[in-house]
Ligand binder design. Structure first.
Ligand SMILES: NC(=O)c1ccc[n+]([C@@H]2O[C@H](COP(=O)([O-])OP(=O)(O)OC[C@H]3O[C@@H](n4cnc5c(N)ncnc54)[C@H](OP(=O)(O)O)[C@@H]3O)[C@@H](O)[C@H]2O)c1
Length: 245
């Protein structure tokens, strides 16, 4: 539980309709917290709501957090939050070698993991309690770049720099990142298509822990960084040892 807070917390999870964000929503709802999940697609949000058992303490809100007016609407008039977590990313078309790289796809990915966190910090921080926190998700690509991964390596590394700067500018609000290794979530359909199962299996064989990540592994780490009142400006690596191999 967050320092100096007792009872249920109010947490917004942007990206909470899928993957790691959905796993975190399940975990926080299970702990009795009030959770708002945010994504662009209203049907996907509705499916997530059903998946989570549609409890009263769950809200959904459809917004594209790369768009200023939608981020303003997301936070307008909202009562105080304890935590804002953003797991959102759209890297469709961004995994390419430079000769094939479509700069619009690259800009779209940068918008989703760099511009969006800046917008969320700008408009969300005034809605956070002083004991509250922001958390973002970077990723192993910043540390183990692969061919075709230039854009994603860049945005994950930049996001970690942003987290350190925000931890100073927004203090005493805490700001942290979790850096996952390869985790089996729907994002892989966009990244690898039909090759998803083979790629994840070969990574599992390489990793010291002998498996790829589960969304719950990352939800666990996000729950730690938002809940630990002495943690700020930190990148918590949860990658099955990927940085070592
Ligand atoms: N999975 C991995 O192996 C892995 C590894 C390293 C790092 N990561 C990072 O981990 C984070 C979470 O990934 P995941 O695997 O959980 O992804 P995911 O299953 O694809 O979930 C992404 C979520 O973000 C939402 N979203 C995307 N763009 C958005 C936007 N512009 N505005 C609002 N919501 C948006 C999506 O909903 P809508 O599409 O409906 O908007 C969805 O709820 C990402 O930052 C990813 O880069 C993932």
């Amino acid at each position: 539980m967050a320092e100096s807070v007792s009872g249920p917390r109010r947490a917004m999870i942007i990206g909470g309709s899928s993957g790691m964000g959905l796993a975190l929503a399940r975990r926080l709802i299970g702990a009795g917290d009030h959770v708002i999940i945010v994504g662009r697609n209203a049907e996907r949000l509705a499916r997530a709501r059903d998946d989570l058992g549609a409890p009263k303490r769950l809200e959904t809100f459809a917004a594209d957090v790369t768009v200023t007016s939608e981020v303003e609407a997301l936070f307008a008039g909202r009562s105080l939050l304890d935590h804002i977590v953003c797991t959102a990313a759209d890297v469709t078309g961004a995994y390419e070698l430079l000769p094939a790289l479509d700069l619009d796809a690259a800009r779209h990915a940068i918008d989703s993991k760099i511009v969006a966190p800046i917008l969320i910090a700008k408009h969300g921080a005034p809605r956070l309690a002083a004991h509250g926190s922001l958390a973002f998700v970077s990723g192993i690509a910043a540390y183990r770049p692969m061919p075709r991964g230039t854009v994603v390596a860049t945005i994950n590394a930049a996001l970690e720099g942003l987290v350190r700067a925000l931890a100073i500018e927004l203090a005493p609000i805490r700001v942290n990142a979790v850096s996952p290794g390869w985790v089996d979530t729907p994002i892989w359909a966009a990244v690898a298509g039909d090759r998803k199962a083979d790629l994840l299996a070969s990574m599992a064989a390489r990793l010291p822990v002998g498996r790829v990540g589960r969304p719950e592994d990352i939800a666990d780490a996000l729950a730690f960084v938002i809940g630990n009142g002495f943690t700020t400006g930190t990148v918590l690596h949860v990658d099955g040892g990927h940085r070592l191999v």
